[in-house]
Ligand binder design. Structure first.
Ligand code: ADP
Length: 207
């Protein structure tokens, strides 16, 4: 039997179990920075909903136009938009050990949809890696990023404040959601990039 056939059979009976990691944390916690190192070391596919949305905005698509005003206001875009993006990545990306979700889920409703999406193939979230920094550091980090990346939503004080509010109101309840599910792991994000990365790797090696 040839290898392609073995692969097809293995995939059909679900031997190649994909891993689903969620990279969690407030805006500016360093998710994007750490994601690059994680995908390389563990052969994962990085899905950043923020980056995907910014790509749509840059391309001037209908979806991008819809998302832009919400992102500029520091609000969330509708669930269906990000859920559609995630599902299409799951279906099309092959040849990796799993996925690293960055910026999704961002609400309890999105977490429930993710659970349902994965349950269709008898899969589930492997683990949440949460990078935590205190509120006062969030603004400092975003201001610093604004000088490097030039993101529109990093430029205005009001947008930053709204994003922090949105995080506390809508996203932070996920800590409880995934703690109850026994999937939550927290890393102190206040150290240097190298220190945080080493702590993440030490955790990932146990997952
Ligand atoms: P941050 O680094 O501030 O967390 P992201 O790049 O992850 O920013 O996201 C930028 C913006 O894109 C968010 O403020 C939000 O408006 C939108 N966005 C990203 N992911 C989601 C999501 N899962 N649900 C709704 N909106 C999202």
């Amino acid at each position: 039997m040839c290898w392609t056939m073995i692969d097809v059979i293995a995939e059909t009976i679900n031997l190649h179990k994909m891993k689903y990691f969620i990279l969690f944390g407030p805006p500016g916690a360093g998710k994007g920075t750490q994601a690059s190192a994680m995908v390389e070391k563990y052969n994962l596919h990085h899905i950043s909903t923020g980056a995907l949305l910014r790509k749509e905005i840059a391309a001037g698509t209908e979806l991008g136009l819809k998302a832009k005003s919400l992102i500029d206001a520091g609000a969330l875009v509708p669930d269906e938009i990000v859920e559609g993006m995630i599902e299409s990545e799951f279906k099309t990306v092959k040849g990796v050990n799993g996925f690293l979700l960055d910026g999704f889920p961002r609400t309890t409703a999105q977490a429930e949809v993710l659970d349902q999406m994965l349950a269709k193939t008898s899969e589930s979230v492997t683990a949440v890696v949460s990078i935590m920094i205190p509120d006062e550091m969030i603004k400092e980090r975003i201001r610093h990023r604004a000088t490097i990346e030039g993101r529109a939503d990093d430029a205005k004080e009001e947008t930053i404040n709204n994003r922090i509010l949105t995080y506390h109101e809508k996203t932070e309840p996920l800590v409880d959601y995934y703690t109850k599910a026994g999937r939550y792991n927290e890393i102190n994000g206040t150290g240097t990039i190298d220190e945080v990365r080493e702590n993440i790797f030490a955790l990932m090696d146990t997952l």
